[in-house]
Design a protein around this ligand. Structure first.
Ligand code: FE2
Ligand code: FE2
Length: 198
């Protein structure tokens, strides 16, 4: 099996850093999509069908991020094999908080740092993959921030209990509850090509 030193000799130390960052991002996104899938099932089980829709929209977005990173990794000759842990599932309100913390971490630390490491290489595919994931994850943080106040554990009806349509950009994973523009604000893809997730 090739060691980091052997790979670095072939591709250069800076490229190796970007490959490792892409692998980390791919792993984070894959784990997040598995977690949100489990959270959606738990939310449906608890009667929170609106929150389940939100989890399904963000899980689709994280799948898109993971496959964008994987495409770049394969192009660079790197592996996309990971061990996927079983997600830890709590109550829906705790899961919502965990998902928000998760997305804020990606927006505030993970992707800004990875972008800084990729920009000097002028590797447009890696930069684009990180940039799209960062911008799309900002839309998820916004959605969680807007929708969490509508979730009141003392109520038994309302937004959290009814399934809702969300729109997810098939290219970058940007997510919204309503049509916002003709093109995706993050990647410029046509809004009419967004996926509807419920
Ligand atoms: Fe993401
Ligand atoms: Fe997009």
């Amino acid at each position: 099996m090739a060691t980091d030193r052997m790979i670095a000799h072939v591709v250069g130390v800076e490229d190796l850093t970007v490959i490792r960052n892409l692998e980390t991002a791919f792993e984070e996104e894959t784990k997040a999509s598995a977690a949100y899938k489990a959270y959606a099932a738990k939310a449906d089980e608890e009667g929170y069908h609106g929150i389940a829709s939100l989890f399904r929209a963000t899980l689709r977005a994280e799948q898109i991020h993971a496959s964008n990173h994987a495409r770049v990794l394969r192009h660079m000759g790197a592996s996309t094999m990971i061990d996927l842990p079983v997600p830890r599932v709590e109550s829906t309100l705790e899961n919502l908080n965990a998902a928000l913390v998760d997305q804020k971490f990606e927006v505030d630390y993970l992707y800004p740092a990875f972008l800084i490491s990729a920009v000097p290489l002028f590797d447009s595919t890696a930069i684009r993959s990180f940039h799209w994931a960062l911008e799309a994850d900002k839309s998820h943080v916004r959605l969680y921030g807007e929708l969490m106040p509508l979730v009141n554990s003392n109520e038994t009806s309302g937004w959290a209990y009814e399934p809702h349509d969300f729109f997810v950009c098939a290219l970058c994973g940007y997510a919204a509850q309503h049509c916002e523009a003709e093109n995706c604000p993050a990647c410029n893809y046509l809004w009419e090509k967004f996926e509807t997730v419920r």
